[in-house]
Write a new protein. Structure first.
Length: 134
């Protein structure tokens, strides 16, 4: 049986994936509105880059959440790195006048990051012989 902490971590990672995919959609909608209003032609490249980046990270998080729920070891490193980056970026946003809701992103990243490091999650994603999960 998988530990409850692993379910919390996998669910948090899945939520982050959905939020990033939603952000990509919002970026495309915002670009479309700007182009329709005759603005934003100079930002097309930047928006396309951000959309591709957000969708790529969302795909990694999506696959990582499924692999973590399956007890695989490989997603721990990439998912933890993304949590560190989310804490850094969201803290920067929070101190630069962004809405206080940004702190929810910080809290989610801290919960997922701390959960990844709990002994029960590490044990659940490591083989019994200690060589690591799939």
């Amino acid at each position: 049986m998988r530990p409850r902490a692993l379910a919390v971590v996998a669910t948090g990672v899945l939520l982050e994936a959905v939020l990033l995919a939603g952000l990509a959609v919002l970026l495309v909608v915002d670009l479309g509105r700007g182009l329709a209003a005759g603005q934003g032609q100079g930002s097309i490249g930047a928006v396309v880059f951000l959309v591709v980046l957000a969708l790529g990270v969302a795909a990694l998080l999506w696959r990582g959440s499924l692999a973590l729920a399956d007890g695989q070891r490989w997603p721990r490193g990439p998912v933890l790195m993304i949590q560190v980056l989310l804490v850094i970026v969201s803290t920067g946003w929070a101190t630069s006048g962004a809405p206080p809701a940004v702190l929810l992103l910080t809290a989610l990243a801290l919960v997922v990051g701390a959960g990844l490091l709990t002994p029960s999650v590490v044990a659940a994603t490591t083989d019994d012989d200690g060589r690591g999960g799939r």
